[in-house]
Write a protein that binds this ligand. Structure first.
Ligand code: IMP
Length: 181
């Protein structure tokens, strides 16, 4: 039985999505992806750090053979007035002509995915789809098509199942939402 309240740094979090529910949702999502990619050989790109647990559970449920890569966003202050620029690092594979599935932990404002998608398209990919474990629909700020979503959640800050609060909390198998803001 998991603790219902945990403390991380200065905040308390309460149990929100137990691991059994998480795994049910992952399996249901995998079924949809299996139907779409049967007989194909897409490249699945797990976005580090947050998506590592979701990607590990998801790929175990797939019935086709994906190539699995890991990549990370490097944020730095860009020259544009918009401030932070995110670049994808760690992709050393030729993606031209390939079907790509980006595996993310959570889509919040959607800005990260919105800015990254054209960069994949510029690599000559055949198709690029976004697969996220969680989405906070109320927070979406851009016109982004998210192809696969395991769960929609309210606009609360969460940790666990790969997601962190200041680098902590990724190891929990359940998802917790913040109590003290
Ligand atoms: P977006 O660009 O606003 O969609 O941001 C997506 C990224 O923000 C995710 O990949 C997470 O790293 C982070 N994020 C968004 N919401 C949460 C949360 O509730 N807990 C932990 N990280 C979050």
């Amino acid at each position: 039985m998991s603790n219902t309240i945990i403390s991380i740094l200065d905040k308390r979090f309460k149990l929100s999505i137990p691991n059994e529910t998480i795994l049910e949702k992952v399996r249901a999502l995998a079924n949809k992806i299996n139907a779409d990619y049967e007989g194909k050989n897409p490249v699945m790109i797990c976005i580090l750090n947050g998506a590592f647990m979701f990607a590990a559970d998801l790929v175990k449920c797939l019935t086709f053979q994906p190539e699995i890569l890991f990549a990370k966003f490097a944020s730095y202050d860009g020259m544009e007035s918009t401030g932070k620029v995110k670049e994808l690092i760690g992709i050393n594979t030729d993606l031209s002509g390939r079907d790509v599935i980006i595996v993310e932990d959570i889509v919040d404002t959607g800005l990260t995915m919105f800015n990254i998608l054209p960069k994949f398209e510029a690599l000559g990919t055949k198709s690029v789809r976004i697969c996220t474990f969680l989405q906070k629909p109320e927070k979406l700020e851009v016109d982004l098509k998210v192809d696969y979503v395991a769960m929609n959640i309210p606009n609360d800050f969460i940790v666990g199942y790969g997601l962190d609060y200041n680098g902590m909390g990724r190891n929990y198998k359940d998802i917790y939402s913040v109590v003290d803001n």
